[in-house]
Design a protein around this ligand. Structure first.
Ligand SMILES: *[C@@H]1O[C@H](CO)[C@@H](O)[C@H](O)[C@H]1NC(C)=O
Ligand SMILES: *[C@@H]1O[C@H](CO)[C@@H](O)[C@H](O)[C@H]1NC(C)=O
Length: 556
Protein backbone atom coordinates (compact mmCIF):
# COMPACT_ATOMS: atom_id res chain seq x y z
CA UNK A 1 0.00 0.00 0.00
CA UNK A 2 2.56 2.64 0.95
CA UNK A 3 4.05 4.13 -2.15
CA UNK A 4 1.16 3.18 -4.35
CA UNK A 5 -0.63 6.48 -4.09
CA UNK A 6 2.41 8.52 -3.18
CA UNK A 7 3.76 8.04 -6.68
CA UNK A 8 0.91 9.56 -8.56
CA UNK A 9 0.14 12.12 -6.17
CA UNK A 10 0.27 15.11 -4.67
CA UNK A 11 -0.66 18.46 -6.05
CA UNK A 12 -1.98 17.01 -9.22
CA UNK A 13 -4.42 14.76 -7.47
CA UNK A 14 -5.38 17.30 -4.87
CA UNK A 15 -5.83 19.92 -7.55
CA UNK A 16 -8.12 17.65 -9.50
CA UNK A 17 -10.12 16.74 -6.47
CA UNK A 18 -10.60 20.33 -5.53
CA UNK A 19 -10.98 21.66 -9.04
CA UNK A 20 -14.09 19.75 -9.94
CA UNK A 21 -15.95 20.79 -6.85
CA UNK A 22 -16.22 23.91 -4.82
CA UNK A 23 -13.29 23.72 -2.44
CA UNK A 24 -14.14 24.03 1.22
CA UNK A 25 -11.74 25.85 3.54
CA UNK A 26 -9.10 23.70 5.33
CA UNK A 27 -9.64 22.61 8.95
CA UNK A 28 -7.04 25.14 10.15
CA UNK A 29 -4.52 27.49 8.51
CA UNK A 30 -1.39 25.48 9.41
CA UNK A 31 0.51 24.30 6.31
CA UNK A 32 2.15 21.64 8.42
CA UNK A 33 -0.64 20.20 10.57
CA UNK A 34 -3.82 20.87 8.62
CA UNK A 35 -3.36 20.97 4.85
CA UNK A 36 -0.84 21.36 2.05
CA UNK A 37 1.85 19.36 0.33
CA UNK A 38 4.03 18.64 3.36
CA UNK A 39 1.15 17.04 5.24
CA UNK A 40 0.12 15.16 2.13
CA UNK A 41 3.51 13.70 1.33
CA UNK A 42 4.33 12.78 4.90
CA UNK A 43 0.99 11.13 5.65
CA UNK A 44 0.84 9.26 2.36
CA UNK A 45 4.36 7.92 2.96
CA UNK A 46 2.87 6.15 6.00
CA UNK A 47 5.92 6.36 8.16
CA UNK A 48 3.84 5.56 11.23
CA UNK A 49 1.08 3.01 11.60
CA UNK A 50 -1.23 5.73 12.93
CA UNK A 51 -1.57 9.04 11.07
CA UNK A 52 -2.16 10.84 14.35
CA UNK A 53 1.48 10.28 15.31
CA UNK A 54 2.88 12.78 12.81
CA UNK A 55 0.41 15.61 13.41
CA UNK A 56 1.12 15.38 17.13
CA UNK A 57 4.88 15.91 16.71
CA UNK A 58 6.24 19.36 17.66
CA UNK A 59 8.54 21.12 15.20
CA UNK A 60 12.18 21.63 16.13
CA UNK A 61 12.17 25.12 14.63
CA UNK A 62 9.81 27.75 13.26
CA UNK A 63 7.34 26.39 10.64
CA UNK A 64 8.70 28.80 8.01
CA UNK A 65 12.08 27.09 8.19
CA UNK A 66 10.56 23.61 8.20
CA UNK A 67 8.41 24.49 5.19
CA UNK A 68 11.31 26.04 3.33
CA UNK A 69 13.44 22.93 3.77
CA UNK A 70 10.53 20.78 2.71
CA UNK A 71 9.98 22.79 -0.46
CA UNK A 72 13.58 22.40 -1.60
CA UNK A 73 13.48 18.69 -0.86
CA UNK A 74 10.20 18.25 -2.71
CA UNK A 75 11.35 20.27 -5.73
CA UNK A 76 14.52 18.17 -5.90
CA UNK A 77 12.37 15.05 -6.16
CA UNK A 78 9.79 16.37 -8.57
CA UNK A 79 7.16 16.55 -5.77
CA UNK A 80 7.40 12.86 -5.05
CA UNK A 81 9.95 12.39 -2.28
CA UNK A 82 11.03 8.76 -1.69
CA UNK A 83 9.75 7.33 1.57
CA UNK A 84 13.14 7.04 3.29
CA UNK A 85 13.88 10.68 2.53
CA UNK A 86 10.49 11.73 3.90
CA UNK A 87 11.31 9.77 7.02
CA UNK A 88 14.71 11.44 7.40
CA UNK A 89 13.10 14.87 6.89
CA UNK A 90 10.54 14.18 9.62
CA UNK A 91 13.19 12.99 12.06
CA UNK A 92 15.36 16.05 11.39
CA UNK A 93 12.55 18.59 11.60
CA UNK A 94 10.25 17.21 14.30
CA UNK A 95 10.45 16.03 17.89
CA UNK A 96 8.81 12.82 19.04
CA UNK A 97 5.19 13.05 20.14
CA UNK A 98 4.34 13.99 23.73
CA UNK A 99 7.29 16.37 24.33
CA UNK A 100 5.02 19.32 24.99
CA UNK A 101 3.23 17.78 27.95
CA UNK A 102 4.35 17.05 31.48
CA UNK A 103 2.88 14.44 33.82
CA UNK A 104 0.92 16.14 36.56
CA UNK A 105 -0.37 14.83 39.88
CA UNK A 106 -3.67 16.53 40.72
CA UNK A 107 -3.08 18.64 43.81
CA UNK A 108 -6.52 17.93 45.23
CA UNK A 109 -6.21 14.15 44.95
CA UNK A 110 -6.71 12.52 48.31
CA UNK A 111 -6.44 9.02 49.68
CA UNK A 112 -10.02 8.34 50.78
CA UNK A 113 -13.00 10.10 49.25
CA UNK A 114 -16.41 9.30 50.71
CA UNK A 115 -17.31 7.35 47.58
CA UNK A 116 -15.05 4.53 48.76
CA UNK A 117 -16.71 4.30 52.18
CA UNK A 118 -20.10 3.85 50.58
CA UNK A 119 -19.01 0.60 48.97
CA UNK A 120 -19.95 -2.25 51.25
CA UNK A 121 -17.98 -5.12 49.75
CA UNK A 122 -14.28 -4.91 50.81
CA UNK A 123 -12.93 -6.48 47.62
CA UNK A 124 -14.98 -4.09 45.53
CA UNK A 125 -13.77 -1.20 47.64
CA UNK A 126 -10.14 -2.20 47.14
CA UNK A 127 -10.76 -2.30 43.42
CA UNK A 128 -12.41 1.12 43.48
CA UNK A 129 -9.36 2.49 45.30
CA UNK A 130 -7.20 1.46 42.39
CA UNK A 131 -9.61 3.13 40.05
CA UNK A 132 -9.49 6.33 42.08
CA UNK A 133 -5.66 6.22 41.90
CA UNK A 134 -5.76 6.17 38.11
CA UNK A 135 -6.48 9.92 38.05
CA UNK A 136 -2.86 10.41 39.01
CA UNK A 137 -1.71 8.65 35.83
CA UNK A 138 -4.02 10.63 33.57
CA UNK A 139 -3.10 14.12 34.80
CA UNK A 140 -1.15 16.30 32.35
CA UNK A 141 -0.07 19.89 31.99
CA UNK A 142 1.23 21.82 29.01
CA UNK A 143 4.82 23.08 29.01
CA UNK A 144 5.11 26.90 29.05
CA UNK A 145 7.03 26.88 25.74
CA UNK A 146 3.82 25.89 23.95
CA UNK A 147 2.32 29.17 25.09
CA UNK A 148 5.43 31.09 24.03
CA UNK A 149 5.93 29.56 20.58
CA UNK A 150 2.52 28.11 19.68
CA UNK A 151 3.35 27.88 15.96
CA UNK A 152 5.74 24.97 16.60
CA UNK A 153 3.02 22.78 18.11
CA UNK A 154 -0.28 21.25 17.08
CA UNK A 155 -1.26 21.16 20.74
CA UNK A 156 -3.40 24.14 21.76
CA UNK A 157 -1.96 25.79 24.84
CA UNK A 158 -4.03 25.43 27.99
CA UNK A 159 -3.14 27.27 31.14
CA UNK A 160 -4.57 24.76 33.58
CA UNK A 161 -3.70 21.07 34.03
CA UNK A 162 -6.26 18.49 32.94
CA UNK A 163 -7.14 14.81 32.73
CA UNK A 164 -6.65 13.10 29.36
CA UNK A 165 -8.50 10.06 28.01
CA UNK A 166 -5.27 7.98 27.96
CA UNK A 167 -3.56 5.78 25.41
CA UNK A 168 -3.29 7.35 21.99
CA UNK A 169 -4.97 10.48 23.29
CA UNK A 170 -2.59 12.70 25.23
CA UNK A 171 -4.62 15.89 24.81
CA UNK A 172 -8.02 16.54 26.36
CA UNK A 173 -11.30 15.97 24.52
CA UNK A 174 -14.59 17.77 24.78
CA UNK A 175 -17.36 15.27 25.46
CA UNK A 176 -15.08 12.75 27.19
CA UNK A 177 -14.47 15.42 29.78
CA UNK A 178 -18.10 15.42 30.92
CA UNK A 179 -17.73 11.88 32.32
CA UNK A 180 -14.22 12.61 33.57
CA UNK A 181 -15.60 15.62 35.45
CA UNK A 182 -18.39 13.56 37.01
CA UNK A 183 -15.79 11.02 38.18
CA UNK A 184 -13.44 13.71 39.51
CA UNK A 185 -16.23 15.30 41.52
CA UNK A 186 -17.05 11.90 43.04
CA UNK A 187 -13.33 11.63 43.84
CA UNK A 188 -13.71 15.03 45.57
CA UNK A 189 -11.39 16.90 43.22
CA UNK A 190 -13.24 20.16 42.43
CA UNK A 191 -10.03 22.19 41.92
CA UNK A 192 -8.99 19.95 39.05
CA UNK A 193 -12.48 20.29 37.60
CA UNK A 194 -12.38 24.06 37.89
CA UNK A 195 -9.10 24.18 35.95
CA UNK A 196 -10.57 21.99 33.21
CA UNK A 197 -13.62 24.25 33.00
CA UNK A 198 -11.34 27.29 32.74
CA UNK A 199 -9.53 25.65 29.81
CA UNK A 200 -12.83 25.03 28.01
CA UNK A 201 -14.11 28.55 28.68
CA UNK A 202 -10.87 29.90 27.27
CA UNK A 203 -11.39 27.87 24.09
CA UNK A 204 -14.87 29.34 23.67
CA UNK A 205 -13.50 32.86 24.03
CA UNK A 206 -10.72 32.13 21.58
CA UNK A 207 -12.50 30.12 18.86
CA UNK A 208 -16.18 30.88 19.43
CA UNK A 209 -16.80 27.22 20.20
CA UNK A 210 -15.06 24.24 21.80
CA UNK A 211 -12.99 22.16 19.37
CA UNK A 212 -13.27 18.37 19.42
CA UNK A 213 -9.98 18.22 21.33
CA UNK A 214 -7.04 20.48 22.16
CA UNK A 215 -5.21 20.25 18.81
CA UNK A 216 -5.23 22.78 15.98
CA UNK A 217 -6.35 20.16 13.48
CA UNK A 218 -9.58 19.65 15.49
CA UNK A 219 -10.28 23.37 15.42
CA UNK A 220 -13.26 23.52 13.07
CA UNK A 221 -15.29 20.70 14.52
CA UNK A 222 -16.77 20.47 17.98
CA UNK A 223 -18.20 17.53 19.92
CA UNK A 224 -21.45 16.87 21.80
CA UNK A 225 -22.04 20.11 23.74
CA UNK A 226 -21.75 19.33 27.42
CA UNK A 227 -19.95 22.37 28.85
CA UNK A 228 -23.05 23.81 30.52
CA UNK A 229 -23.70 20.38 32.07
CA UNK A 230 -20.14 20.24 33.40
CA UNK A 231 -20.55 23.70 34.91
CA UNK A 232 -23.77 22.54 36.55
CA UNK A 233 -22.06 19.51 38.11
CA UNK A 234 -19.27 21.72 39.43
CA UNK A 235 -21.58 24.40 40.84
CA UNK A 236 -23.93 21.83 42.39
CA UNK A 237 -21.02 20.37 44.34
CA UNK A 238 -19.10 23.54 45.21
CA UNK A 239 -21.81 26.28 45.28
CA UNK A 240 -19.22 28.47 43.55
CA UNK A 241 -21.65 31.10 42.26
CA UNK A 242 -18.85 33.61 41.72
CA UNK A 243 -17.28 31.34 39.12
CA UNK A 244 -20.67 30.86 37.50
CA UNK A 245 -21.33 34.61 37.41
CA UNK A 246 -17.91 35.34 35.95
CA UNK A 247 -18.40 32.86 33.12
CA UNK A 248 -22.10 32.70 32.33
CA UNK A 249 -21.70 34.88 29.25
CA UNK A 250 -19.10 32.51 27.86
CA UNK A 251 -21.49 29.60 28.36
CA UNK A 252 -24.08 31.62 26.45
CA UNK A 253 -21.56 32.22 23.67
CA UNK A 254 -21.05 28.50 23.23
CA UNK A 255 -24.79 27.90 22.92
CA UNK A 256 -24.93 30.75 20.38
CA UNK A 257 -22.47 28.83 18.22
CA UNK A 258 -24.78 25.81 18.16
CA UNK A 259 -27.74 28.07 17.36
CA UNK A 260 -25.98 30.03 14.62
CA UNK A 261 -23.73 27.43 13.02
CA UNK A 262 -25.41 24.09 13.65
CA UNK A 263 -29.15 24.61 13.45
CA UNK A 264 -31.43 23.40 10.70
CA UNK A 265 -35.09 24.07 9.87
CA UNK A 266 -37.43 21.08 9.71
CA UNK A 267 -40.81 21.50 8.00
CA UNK A 268 -43.42 19.07 9.13
CA UNK A 269 -47.22 19.10 9.14
CA UNK A 270 -47.38 22.67 7.90
CA UNK A 271 -45.04 23.96 10.62
CA UNK A 272 -41.35 24.78 10.63
CA UNK A 273 -39.26 23.77 13.62
CA UNK A 274 -35.64 24.54 14.40
CA UNK A 275 -33.41 21.73 15.60
CA UNK A 276 -29.66 21.02 15.57
CA UNK A 277 -27.35 18.75 13.67
CA UNK A 278 -23.64 17.98 13.38
CA UNK A 279 -22.23 19.85 10.41
CA UNK A 280 -18.64 20.74 9.53
CA UNK A 281 -18.32 22.60 6.22
CA UNK A 282 -14.55 22.26 6.02
CA UNK A 283 -12.63 20.32 3.40
CA UNK A 284 -9.72 17.97 3.02
CA UNK A 285 -8.97 14.70 4.79
CA UNK A 286 -8.91 14.80 8.58
CA UNK A 287 -5.22 15.52 9.27
CA UNK A 288 -5.02 12.87 12.01
CA UNK A 289 -6.51 10.17 9.76
CA UNK A 290 -5.21 11.58 6.51
CA UNK A 291 -4.21 8.52 4.52
CA UNK A 292 -7.37 6.62 5.48
CA UNK A 293 -9.59 9.52 4.42
CA UNK A 294 -7.58 9.92 1.23
CA UNK A 295 -7.91 6.26 0.31
CA UNK A 296 -11.60 6.23 1.13
CA UNK A 297 -12.07 9.24 -1.14
CA UNK A 298 -10.34 7.44 -3.98
CA UNK A 299 -13.27 5.02 -4.10
CA UNK A 300 -15.54 7.93 -5.09
CA UNK A 301 -15.67 10.22 -8.12
CA UNK A 302 -13.58 13.32 -7.63
CA UNK A 303 -16.63 15.57 -7.45
CA UNK A 304 -17.87 13.81 -4.29
CA UNK A 305 -14.69 13.88 -2.23
CA UNK A 306 -14.98 17.23 -0.49
CA UNK A 307 -18.49 16.31 0.63
CA UNK A 308 -17.24 12.98 1.93
CA UNK A 309 -14.51 14.67 3.97
CA UNK A 310 -16.93 17.21 5.41
CA UNK A 311 -19.33 14.40 6.39
CA UNK A 312 -16.50 12.42 8.02
CA UNK A 313 -15.66 15.49 10.10
CA UNK A 314 -19.31 15.88 11.05
CA UNK A 315 -19.23 12.22 12.11
CA UNK A 316 -16.22 13.00 14.29
CA UNK A 317 -18.10 15.99 15.71
CA UNK A 318 -20.91 13.66 16.78
CA UNK A 319 -18.50 11.64 18.91
CA UNK A 320 -19.72 8.54 17.04
CA UNK A 321 -16.81 8.11 14.67
CA UNK A 322 -17.91 6.00 13.06
CA UNK A 323 -21.21 4.17 13.02
CA UNK A 324 -23.84 2.72 10.73
CA UNK A 325 -26.02 5.38 12.35
CA UNK A 326 -24.53 7.97 9.97
CA UNK A 327 -24.68 5.69 6.92
CA UNK A 328 -28.44 5.09 6.84
CA UNK A 329 -30.10 6.26 3.67
CA UNK A 330 -26.78 6.42 1.83
CA UNK A 331 -25.95 4.85 -1.54
CA UNK A 332 -24.64 1.73 0.16
CA UNK A 333 -25.26 1.82 3.91
CA UNK A 334 -22.54 -0.81 4.39
CA UNK A 335 -19.82 1.53 3.13
CA UNK A 336 -18.26 4.32 5.17
CA UNK A 337 -18.06 6.37 1.97
CA UNK A 338 -21.87 6.68 2.17
CA UNK A 339 -21.60 8.78 5.31
CA UNK A 340 -24.17 11.58 5.52
CA UNK A 341 -24.02 12.77 9.13
CA UNK A 342 -25.28 16.28 8.41
CA UNK A 343 -28.49 14.95 6.83
CA UNK A 344 -29.66 13.55 10.14
CA UNK A 345 -31.12 15.41 13.10
CA UNK A 346 -29.72 13.49 16.09
CA UNK A 347 -31.72 12.78 19.23
CA UNK A 348 -28.76 13.04 21.62
CA UNK A 349 -27.51 16.40 20.31
CA UNK A 350 -30.92 17.98 20.72
CA UNK A 351 -31.43 16.47 24.16
CA UNK A 352 -28.04 17.78 25.33
CA UNK A 353 -28.86 21.27 24.04
CA UNK A 354 -32.29 21.13 25.61
CA UNK A 355 -30.73 20.37 28.96
CA UNK A 356 -28.17 23.12 28.38
CA UNK A 357 -30.97 25.63 27.81
CA UNK A 358 -32.80 24.44 30.90
CA UNK A 359 -29.65 24.84 33.00
CA UNK A 360 -28.92 28.29 31.59
CA UNK A 361 -32.39 29.35 32.57
CA UNK A 362 -31.90 28.12 36.13
CA UNK A 363 -28.39 29.63 36.34
CA UNK A 364 -29.77 33.03 35.36
CA UNK A 365 -32.53 32.74 37.95
CA UNK A 366 -29.91 32.07 40.63
CA UNK A 367 -27.93 35.08 39.41
CA UNK A 368 -31.03 37.27 39.46
CA UNK A 369 -31.25 37.91 35.71
CA UNK A 370 -34.87 37.16 34.86
CA UNK A 371 -34.69 38.51 31.29
CA UNK A 372 -32.02 36.00 30.35
CA UNK A 373 -33.72 33.25 32.35
CA UNK A 374 -36.88 33.86 30.33
CA UNK A 375 -34.97 33.78 27.05
CA UNK A 376 -33.54 30.31 27.76
CA UNK A 377 -36.83 29.03 29.13
CA UNK A 378 -38.40 29.97 25.80
CA UNK A 379 -35.64 28.33 23.78
CA UNK A 380 -36.11 25.17 25.78
CA UNK A 381 -39.88 25.20 25.30
CA UNK A 382 -39.46 25.61 21.54
CA UNK A 383 -37.01 22.75 21.43
CA UNK A 384 -39.28 20.51 23.52
CA UNK A 385 -42.10 21.13 21.06
CA UNK A 386 -39.81 20.45 18.11
CA UNK A 387 -38.48 17.24 19.63
CA UNK A 388 -42.00 16.08 20.40
CA UNK A 389 -43.16 16.78 16.84
CA UNK A 390 -40.11 15.64 14.88
CA UNK A 391 -38.24 13.04 16.94
CA UNK A 392 -40.75 11.41 19.31
CA UNK A 393 -42.52 8.27 18.13
CA UNK A 394 -45.63 7.71 20.21
CA UNK A 395 -46.25 4.22 18.87
CA UNK A 396 -42.79 2.87 19.64
CA UNK A 397 -42.20 4.90 22.78
CA UNK A 398 -38.83 6.35 21.82
CA UNK A 399 -37.18 9.24 20.01
CA UNK A 400 -35.48 8.69 16.67
CA UNK A 401 -32.98 10.59 14.50
CA UNK A 402 -34.82 12.43 11.73
CA UNK A 403 -33.62 12.15 8.11
CA UNK A 404 -33.78 15.57 6.45
CA UNK A 405 -33.77 14.14 2.92
CA UNK A 406 -36.39 11.43 3.25
CA UNK A 407 -38.46 13.24 5.87
CA UNK A 408 -38.57 9.99 7.88
CA UNK A 409 -37.29 8.84 11.23
CA UNK A 410 -34.50 6.28 11.42
CA UNK A 411 -36.18 3.71 13.66
CA UNK A 412 -33.08 1.58 14.26
CA UNK A 413 -32.05 1.08 17.89
CA UNK A 414 -29.31 3.23 19.40
CA UNK A 415 -28.93 3.90 23.15
CA UNK A 416 -29.09 7.60 22.25
CA UNK A 417 -32.77 7.12 21.34
CA UNK A 418 -33.40 7.47 25.06
CA UNK A 419 -31.21 10.53 25.72
CA UNK A 420 -34.22 12.81 26.39
CA UNK A 421 -34.90 10.76 29.54
CA UNK A 422 -31.30 11.16 30.71
CA UNK A 423 -31.46 14.88 29.95
CA UNK A 424 -34.88 15.34 31.57
CA UNK A 425 -36.16 16.75 28.28
CA UNK A 426 -39.54 15.36 27.33
CA UNK A 427 -43.06 16.71 27.39
CA UNK A 428 -45.06 13.48 27.56
CA UNK A 429 -45.22 12.46 31.26
CA UNK A 430 -45.76 8.86 30.16
CA UNK A 431 -42.49 8.81 28.23
CA UNK A 432 -40.35 7.01 30.87
CA UNK A 433 -42.74 4.05 31.07
CA UNK A 434 -43.14 3.90 27.33
CA UNK A 435 -39.38 3.99 26.86
CA UNK A 436 -38.90 1.11 29.29
CA UNK A 437 -41.38 -0.89 27.30
CA UNK A 438 -39.47 0.10 24.14
CA UNK A 439 -36.28 -1.37 25.61
CA UNK A 440 -38.15 -4.55 26.46
CA UNK A 441 -39.81 -4.77 23.04
CA UNK A 442 -36.45 -4.41 21.36
CA UNK A 443 -35.07 -7.05 23.73
CA UNK A 444 -32.22 -4.74 24.64
CA UNK A 445 -32.41 -5.92 28.20
CA UNK A 446 -31.50 -9.41 27.02
CA UNK A 447 -27.93 -8.29 26.39
CA UNK A 448 -26.84 -9.37 29.80
CA UNK A 449 -23.57 -7.55 29.80
CA UNK A 450 -24.53 -4.16 28.49
CA UNK A 451 -26.27 -2.05 25.95
CA UNK A 452 -24.70 -2.26 22.50
CA UNK A 453 -24.14 0.90 20.44
CA UNK A 454 -26.49 -0.41 17.75
CA UNK A 455 -27.85 -3.74 16.59
CA UNK A 456 -25.88 -3.73 13.34
CA UNK A 457 -22.52 -5.47 13.21
CA UNK A 458 -20.89 -3.20 10.66
CA UNK A 459 -17.26 -3.44 11.75
CA UNK A 460 -17.37 0.24 12.78
CA UNK A 461 -16.42 0.95 16.36
CA UNK A 462 -19.71 2.66 17.36
CA UNK A 463 -21.77 -0.37 16.37
CA UNK A 464 -22.63 -3.83 17.65
CA UNK A 465 -21.10 -5.51 19.58
CA UNK A 466 -19.22 -2.59 21.11
CA UNK A 467 -20.73 -1.01 24.17
CA UNK A 468 -19.28 2.31 25.22
CA UNK A 469 -19.20 3.65 28.75
CA UNK A 470 -21.08 6.93 28.18
CA UNK A 471 -23.88 5.13 26.36
CA UNK A 472 -24.35 2.87 29.38
CA UNK A 473 -24.74 5.99 31.48
CA UNK A 474 -27.31 7.47 29.09
CA UNK A 475 -29.46 4.37 29.45
CA UNK A 476 -28.90 3.62 33.14
CA UNK A 477 -29.44 7.09 34.53
CA UNK A 478 -32.06 7.71 31.87
CA UNK A 479 -34.12 4.90 33.29
CA UNK A 480 -34.45 6.75 36.52
CA UNK A 481 -31.93 4.70 38.47
CA UNK A 482 -34.58 2.15 39.25
CA UNK A 483 -32.75 -1.04 38.52
CA UNK A 484 -29.46 -1.96 40.10
CA UNK A 485 -26.93 -3.21 37.65
CA UNK A 486 -23.66 -4.97 37.80
CA UNK A 487 -21.15 -4.46 35.11
CA UNK A 488 -18.36 -6.32 33.56
CA UNK A 489 -15.87 -5.24 31.08
CA UNK A 490 -15.69 -6.78 27.68
CA UNK A 491 -17.52 -6.82 24.52
CA UNK A 492 -20.94 -8.15 24.91
CA UNK A 493 -20.55 -11.15 22.69
CA UNK A 494 -17.24 -12.77 23.34
CA UNK A 495 -16.20 -11.13 26.55
CA UNK A 496 -13.32 -9.57 24.64
CA UNK A 497 -12.23 -5.99 24.40
CA UNK A 498 -14.08 -4.30 21.59
CA UNK A 499 -12.65 -3.59 18.19
CA UNK A 500 -13.30 -2.19 14.77
CA UNK A 501 -11.95 1.24 15.34
CA UNK A 502 -9.14 3.43 14.32
CA UNK A 503 -6.99 2.34 17.21
CA UNK A 504 -6.24 -0.53 19.52
CA UNK A 505 -7.87 -0.89 22.89
CA UNK A 506 -5.66 0.79 25.43
CA UNK A 507 -5.25 1.39 29.11
CA UNK A 508 -6.60 4.18 31.20
CA UNK A 509 -9.67 5.58 29.55
CA UNK A 510 -10.79 8.59 31.55
CA UNK A 511 -14.48 8.54 30.72
CA UNK A 512 -14.82 4.85 31.53
CA UNK A 513 -13.41 5.58 35.00
CA UNK A 514 -15.95 8.35 35.34
CA UNK A 515 -18.89 6.15 34.40
CA UNK A 516 -17.76 3.36 36.74
CA UNK A 517 -17.60 5.89 39.56
CA UNK A 518 -21.11 7.11 38.79
CA UNK A 519 -22.31 3.51 39.09
CA UNK A 520 -20.33 2.90 42.27
CA UNK A 521 -21.89 6.01 43.71
CA UNK A 522 -25.39 4.83 42.81
CA UNK A 523 -25.07 1.15 43.65
CA UNK A 524 -21.90 0.76 45.72
CA UNK A 525 -23.91 -0.23 48.78
CA UNK A 526 -25.61 -3.08 46.95
CA UNK A 527 -22.94 -4.53 44.70
CA UNK A 528 -20.68 -7.38 45.63
CA UNK A 529 -17.44 -8.68 44.25
CA UNK A 530 -19.19 -11.95 43.53
CA UNK A 531 -19.56 -10.47 40.11
CA UNK A 532 -16.61 -10.57 37.79
CA UNK A 533 -15.87 -6.92 38.07
CA UNK A 534 -13.66 -7.08 41.12
CA UNK A 535 -11.46 -9.71 39.56
CA UNK A 536 -10.28 -7.36 36.88
CA UNK A 537 -7.44 -4.93 37.18
CA UNK A 538 -8.61 -1.32 36.89
CA UNK A 539 -6.12 -0.75 34.11
CA UNK A 540 -7.87 -3.46 32.18
CA UNK A 541 -11.24 -1.96 32.94
CA UNK A 542 -10.27 1.55 32.21
CA UNK A 543 -8.65 0.30 29.10
CA UNK A 544 -12.04 -0.13 27.94
CA UNK A 545 -12.13 2.43 25.31
CA UNK A 546 -14.33 0.56 23.06
CA UNK A 547 -14.96 -1.73 25.39
CA UNK A 548 -17.41 -1.76 27.41
CA UNK A 549 -18.40 -1.27 30.69
CA UNK A 550 -20.99 -3.73 30.92
CA UNK A 551 -24.02 -4.37 32.77
CA UNK A 552 -26.15 -7.16 33.93
CA UNK A 553 -29.52 -6.67 35.44
CA UNK A 554 -29.94 -8.09 38.88
CA UNK A 555 -33.36 -8.96 40.19
CA UNK A 556 -34.23 -6.31 42.76
C1 LIG B 1 -20.31 30.54 12.35
O1 LIG B 1 -20.84 30.91 11.10
C2 LIG B 1 -20.49 32.21 10.66
C3 LIG B 1 -21.16 32.46 9.35
O2 LIG B 1 -22.53 32.25 9.46
C4 LIG B 1 -18.99 32.35 10.54
O3 LIG B 1 -18.64 33.65 10.19
C5 LIG B 1 -18.33 31.98 11.86
O4 LIG B 1 -16.95 31.97 11.71
C6 LIG B 1 -18.80 30.62 12.33
N1 LIG B 1 -18.28 30.40 13.64
C7 LIG B 1 -17.53 29.37 13.95
C8 LIG B 1 -16.98 29.35 15.31
O5 LIG B 1 -17.29 28.47 13.16
C1 LIG C 1 -28.68 39.95 32.12
O1 LIG C 1 -27.70 39.38 31.24
C2 LIG C 1 -27.50 40.11 30.05
C3 LIG C 1 -26.55 39.31 29.17
O2 LIG C 1 -25.43 38.93 29.84
C4 LIG C 1 -26.98 41.49 30.38
O3 LIG C 1 -26.79 42.24 29.19
C5 LIG C 1 -27.97 42.19 31.31
O4 LIG C 1 -27.43 43.43 31.70
C6 LIG C 1 -28.23 41.34 32.53
N1 LIG C 1 -29.27 41.94 33.33
C7 LIG C 1 -29.22 42.01 34.65
C8 LIG C 1 -30.40 42.62 35.33
O5 LIG C 1 -28.24 41.63 35.28
Amino acid sequence: MPGKTSELLPLLLLGLALGTQQALPPPCPSLVYCHGELLHQVQMAKIYSDDKEFVDMPMREHPDQVLQRFRSLSAAHNHSIPRDKVKAFVTESFLVKGQELLPWTPEDWKESPQLLYNISDPALRAWAEKLHKLWKDLGKKVKPEVGMEPERFSLIYSEHPFIVPGGRFVEFYYWDSYWVVEGLLLSEMPQTVKGMLQNFLHLVRRFGHIPNGARVYYQQRSQPPLLTLMMNSYVTRTHDLTFLRDNIETLALELDFWAQNRSVPVSLGGKTYTLNRYYVPFGGPRPESYSKDMELAETLPEGSRETLWAELKAGAESGWDFSSRWLVGGRDPDLLSSIRTSKLVPVDLNAFLCQGEELMSSFYIRLGNTTQAEKYRKLRDQRLAAMQAVLWDEEQGAWFDYDLDSGKKNTAFYPTNLTPLWAGCFSDPGAPDKALKYLEDKQILNYKRGVPSSLKNSGQQWDFPNAWAPLQDLVIRGRGRRTPWVWRVYDINQGQPGGGGEYEVQTGFGWTNGVVMILLDLYGDRLTSGTQIALLEPSCLAGALLLSLLLTFLPQ
